[in-house]
Design a protein. Structure first.
Length: 70
């Protein structure tokens, strides 16, 4: 079984639908990914959206692969 826990980014603007295509960071478990996303969201100097220029927001994401489901 291969579990992957990640932090991803998206534009925080309500009108922009930009989503960063690559993962920002890979974490060891979901709790760590949630904590990292929360810390990134609290930083005052966030990267800007390449589409509209608003600040990016971060969220935890997980991919759980179960071999018996394929």
């Amino acid at each position: 079984m291969s579990n992957k826990y990640k932090v991803r980014a998206y534009c925080s603007s309500r009108i922009c639908e930009y989503v960063h295509k690559e993962d920002v960071m890979i974490a060891i478990n979901y709790e760590t990914a949630c904590s990292l996303a929360q810390v990134y969201n609290e930083i005052t100097t966030k990267p800007s959206c390449p589409s509209c220029g608003e600040a990016m927001a971060f969220y935890a994401h997980s991919v759980i692969e179960e071999p018996w489901l394929t």
